[in-house]
Write a protein that binds this ligand. Structure first.
Ligand code: CA
Length: 411
């Protein structure tokens, strides 16, 4: 990776270094939401620099509530915009030095969901997570179902309830039936959980009937976000047979506001785990398709400051994004720009890397402590869950910021 130097002040540990330059939608003081790129503690207003004639995309693509139309221009153009901004932020005689009005402090900005999400798919691609859940929900001896090593298992989630980081989440109500009950009851979920995931944003649509190969898949991925797939375990446990997750998941999912492009993550590619048995030919891939992205989950409450409760890594994924996309379209199902495809909970091998409370508290049997000494198994009202993620190599850091959400009591 070539070393770049920007004339903008960027703190050493910033997720938004000159190597990153992620896209998002922001507004300031209640003005119109529009597209920007994050650098350090600031945002560059893309519409404003387009008005100055400094990038070759019309400002109308940036004066929008979502990035969908801009992303639809294709990678050739979106990559050029990112690289043009990178150049404007590094050259000595940059015209931007005389235009401080194109910079906005992130502190003053309100962030929005960066894309209109037409469809949302959630995979189940961490072998450690699937094994842990299988042990608890089904059979400790045969935790993985027979299809798991052959199919990147997934389900169609609910797009309408995806919210941007910082949005409060209401504890869901639903049907619950534990083993000691004769009949189900209607109540507030008592086993509310998070799922540490990453999601990718589709950047190139396909027609119905078209298939994407693992080799072509990267062309269809605009970038990645942090994703919290909130889950009500008690509702889920009662409802999920035979068709899978429904109301235990659809009440809300939270997404980080900045989309880190696949190109910015290129230097952090690593080899994925060995897949045994051998996968079918349409799922075979070449090269490095996993990404070394460090992830962590913090939990705080009205009485306790934030406690780190998990440290995981996106590189643990058994099935990679290219395989997920190839599988998703192998039957001819079309995809659209702005679709979100989430990884599934990202757990590692040891307990400190589990990506959900279901695993951390082992189904509620093993309470853990927050910093103030209060015990938790699942999420209580007014608890806040914050996920962070970044990649780093040779002192060069590309990060995602955070996705955070606070649970409010049910009504
Ligand atoms: Ca999930």
């Amino acid at each position: 990776m070539k070393t770049l130097k920007t004339w903008v002040t960027v703190p050493d540990n910033s997720d938004f270094s000159i190597y990153n330059l992620p896209f998002g939608i922001f507004s300031v003081n209640g003005d119109t939401p529009r597209a920007g790129i994050a650098i350090g503690k600031q945002i560059i207003d893309l519409a404003a620099i387009s008005d100055l004639g400094l990038i070759a995309v019309n400002a109308s693509y940036f004066r929008q509530r979502t990035l969908n139309e801009f992303i639809s221009l294709g990678k050739k153009i979106t990559n050029k915009v990112r690289l043009d901004v990178q150049r404007l932020l590094t050259v000595e005689n940059s015209p931007l030095k005389n235009h401080s009005e194109v910079f906005v402090s992130q502190q003053d900005a309100k962030m929005y969901l960066p894309v209109h999400v037409g469809d949302y798919t959630d995979f189940y691609s961490s072998i450690e997570h699937a094994t842990n859940v299988g042990k608890m929900f089904r059979d400790p001896e045969n935790a993985l179902l027979p299809n798991w090593r052959h199919i990147p298992v997934g389900y169609h989630g609910r797009a309408s309830s995806i919210v941007v980081s910082g949005t409060d989440i209401r504890r869901p109500m639903g049907q619950v039936k534990t083993n000691d009950m004769e009949v189900p009851v209607f109540k507030a979920s008592g086993n509310l959980d998070f799922e540490l995931e990453m999601g990718f944003i589709v950047g190139k649509s396909t027609e119905l009937g078209e298939r994407i190969s693992t080799q072509e898949a990267a062309e269809h991925i605009f970038g990645l976000v942090l994703f919290n797939d909130w889950s009500a375990r008690d509702i889920q446990k009662w409802e999920y047979v035979p068709l899978g997750p429904f109301l235990g998941k659809s009440f809300a999912s939270s997404m980080s506001p900045w989309i880190v492009t696949l190109e910015a993550l290129e230097p952090f590619k690593v080899q994925g785990p060995e897949q045994q048995p051998e996968v079918l030919s349409y799922l075979k891939y070449e090269g490095e398709n996993n990404y070394d992205i460090k992830l962590e989950v913090g939990m705080s409450s009205s009485t306790s400051e934030e406690t780190t409760i998990s440290k995981s890594n996106f590189k643990y994924m058994y099935w990679n994004m290219m395989q997920q996309l190839a599988h998703h379209t192998v039957n001819g199902c079309n995809i659209n720009v702005g679709d979100v495809m989430a990884s599934g909970t990202i757990s590692g091998k040891d307990e400190s890397s589990y990506g959900s409370l279901l695993e951390i508290s082992w189904g509620g049997k093993k309470p853990f402590e927050l910093k103030d000494g209060s015990a938790r198994t699942f999420i209580e009202d007014n608890d806040t869950v914050t996920m962070r993620g970044f990649a780093e190599k040779d002192g060069k850091r590309v990060g995602f910021g955070q996705v955070t959400g606070t649970i409010l009591p049910s009504t």
